[in-house]
Design a protein around this ligand. Structure first.
Ligand code: ADP
Ligand code: ASP
Ligand code: MG
Length: 404
């Protein structure tokens, strides 16, 4: 008897008919003689709708109360699914993150799972039940509800699969697997048969939202057998695993991220310690910095630019403005009309000319590059947000990643 963990995303359970369909799939897996644990997201746009509701009440609601609010979406899904399975004559039980024993740290809205006490789930499985668990949520040391960040249900699924030592963790979504680019933007994007943990982690962190990046991190750490598939058909999906086939593609995919803003601290003095001052201020305020660019000094000043998540723009600008004198800077400028385009591939380290190909594609599409950052397995460029789709298509084409 195998233990299978399945996660279904919001679109897969968006309405009563889809819930009934998914219930059928779950029951089929159960009838094949497996123990089945299912993790669900909130239905359709529920999470976005709840965020909007909060906005009608408060411009700056407390994160604790936001977690209380948003976690309710997943609670609806699991209750409905347990009912749908019972309706088809099988035994299921729904559980919240708290009931399962998903312990997190105390960072509301972006909590990290610290421990999963899976005994309740095991007990229900031993009773022969199908266990339906609310994704995206956990509980901190105070017993308060926390959430894991947008897309976090994937992470609940992988964490449970690891804790239960499941034989397989299937992530069911609205596309057939992981593609060379977002298939909604690039019509001829190709489905990958497999992708390595490291490549998938980069793709996810760089904006390919098909998997939550933390879920990939956990899958790698605990060597979880992970597959991404569609809930709407029986197609094979994409395997996420330690290493991929020897016949390596140099570039595995193109990702983009629009949740970005750029800040420039202008005319700082060209002396030691300035960068240290700026970035320790940011670190102390829990602001995550991504790409950093320092201009060559003019006279005795230079500019320092960096990117952050768009949601932290106002806080960051306020922080720098309050500290202009301390930093020794003249002014701060910012824009959120930027986006990050990245290529990812473990094979690129051994191939010269990869960056040149990417820059050529952008040049020929007449797209200006604002910033560049590279690592062993990725290259990212900051471009104007209006040009993202065009950039993704041009780069995807230039590396011949698509189907013919
Ligand atoms: P779910 O609600 O099932 O969690 P998400 O919307 O979070 O689904 O993730 C699936 C979406 O990710 C797809 O609909 C697709 O538009 C997007 N996506 C972005 N990049 C990729 C990629 N490289 N491969 C597949 N899907 C991608
Ligand atoms: N419902 C949450 C969200 O929309 C979590 C998830 O779907 O994974 O982000
Ligand atoms: Mg998702």
């Amino acid at each position: 008897m195998a233990l299978i963990v399945q996660k279904y995303g919001g679109s897969s359970v968006a309405n009563a008919q889809r819930v009934a369909n998914v219930a059928k799939r779950i029951i089929e897996t159960y009838q094949q003689g497996n123990q089945v644990v299912v993790i669900l997201s909130a239905q359709g746009d529920t999470t976005d709708d709840l965020i909007e509701k909060a906005g009608e009440i408060s411009k700056n609601p407390s994160k604790r109360e936001m977690d209380m609010l948003l976690s309710s979406g997943e609670q609806i899904s699991v209750a409905l699914m347990a009912m749908a399975i019972a309706e088809q004559g099988f035994q299921a039980i729904s559980l919240t993150g708290q009931q399962v024993g998903i312990h997190t740290d105390n960072v509301h809205s972006h909590a990290r799972i610290e421990e999963v006490a899976a005994d309740r789930v095991r007990k229900e499985l031993d009773f022969g039940k199908i266990v339906i668990v609310a994704g995206f949520q956990g509980m901190n040391d105070n017993g308060d509800i926390t959430t894991l960040g947008r897309g976090g249900s994937d992470t609940t699924a992988v964490a449970l699969a690891a804790a239960l030592e499941a034989d397989l963790c299937e992530i069911y979504t609205d596309v057939d697997g992981v593609y060379t680019a977002d298939p909604r933007i690039v019509a001829n994007a190709r489905k990958l048969k497999d992708v390595s943990f490291d490549e998938m982690l980069e793709l996810a962190s760089l904006g390919a939202r098909v998997l939550h990046n933390r879920s990939v991190e956990l899958a790698k750490k605990y060597n979880v057998n992970l597959v991404v598939r569609s809930s709407l058909n029986q197609n094979e999906g994409t395997l996420v695993k330690e290493v991929t086939d020897l016949e390596k593609m140099m570039i595995k995919g193109v990702a983009y991220d629009k949740d970005i803003a750029r800040i420039s601290v202008m005319a700082v003095r060209d002396i030691p310690g300035v960068a240290h001052k700026i970035f320790s201020l940011l670190a102390d305020a829990d602001i995550n910095v991504d790409i950093i660019l320092q201009s060559i000094g003019r006279g005795d000043t230079k500019d320092i630019s960096f990117t952050i998540s768009r949601s932290q723009l106002t806080d960051t600008v306020d922080l720098i403005n309050r500290n202009l004198e301390y930093i020794g800077a003249k002014e701060v400028s910012f824009t959120h009309d930027v986006a990050k385009i990245s290529i990812v591939g473990a094979g690129m380290a051994n191939h010269p000319g990869v960056a040149a190909t990417m820059f050529k594609a952008l040049a020929e599409a007449d797209i200006n590059i604002h910033m560049i950052s590279t690592s062993e397995i990725k290259i990212s460029c900051l471009v104007h947000s209006d040009e993202v789709e065009k950039a993704v298509e041009a780069i995807h084409e230039s590396f011949e990643l698509g189907t013919k």
